[in-house]
Design a protein around this ligand. Structure first.
Ligand SMILES: Nc1ncnc2c1ncn2[C@@H]1O[C@H](COP(=O)(O)OP(=O)(O)OP(=O)(O)O)[C@@H](O)[C@H]1O
Ligand SMILES: [Mg+2]
Length: 148
């Protein structure tokens, strides 16, 4: 199953919609442990917000196959000049308006790396493609329908 969601730059009212939709879908499926849903959706939210505050717009796709999920975020410019620097805790180029809306701590990419099982970033001055892969694993505990 593959789904696609548009992400609009600078729109703080709609920010997070794509990730909420993903969460709704995952919660409706008894296969997934709560911890797994939580880490997938937290990482998705971070990536979605980055498109909102750092790009000029883009979209997210999610592909769900049994106990694995692949998320792709594509956006148009300005890209990440130095990915290694951007991954550093606390590094942020977030605008004033992003800060006013509660973002810009410089933690998003770091969180995505921790939460996902694989993170890859391709970026150029024309835009960014960020991919995350998740697989239900030991750190996720038991599926919802088995827990008491
Ligand atoms: N999609 C993107 N397009 C362009 N630059 C980006 C993108 N995503 C991240 N960056 C760059 O990488 C930096 C670090 O991103 P990160 O998500 O870790 O922190 P942040 O978004 O600034 O703050 P936080 O995520 O804590 O709210 C950003 O400040 C920005 O310079
Ligand atoms: Mg961020």
């Amino acid at each position: 199953m593959v789904k696609e969601h548009q992400i609009i730059a600078g729109n703080f009212d709609l920010a997070g919609r794509a990730s909420s939709d993903l969460k709704r879908y995952l919660k409706g499926n008894l296969l997934y442990p709560r911890t797994f849903i939580s880490r997938v959706c937290s990482a998705s939210y971070e990536a979605e917000i980055n498109v909102v505050i750092h790009s000029v717009g883009g979209y997210m796709t999610y592909e769900i196959l049994d106990d694995t999920i692949e998320l792709n975020f594509y956006d148009d410019g300005p890209g990440i000049l130095d990915i290694e620097l951007a991954m550093k805790k606390g590094y942020s180029t977030a605008s004033e308006i992003a800060h006013i809306n509660g973002f810009g701590a410089g933690m998003g990419l770091n969180n995505m790396k921790e939460l996902s099982d694989r993170l890859t970033i391709h970026s150029s001055p024309r835009g960014t493609h960020l991919k995350m892969f998740f697989k239900v694993g030991d750190r996720d505990g038991l599926p919802v329908h088995i827990t008491t």
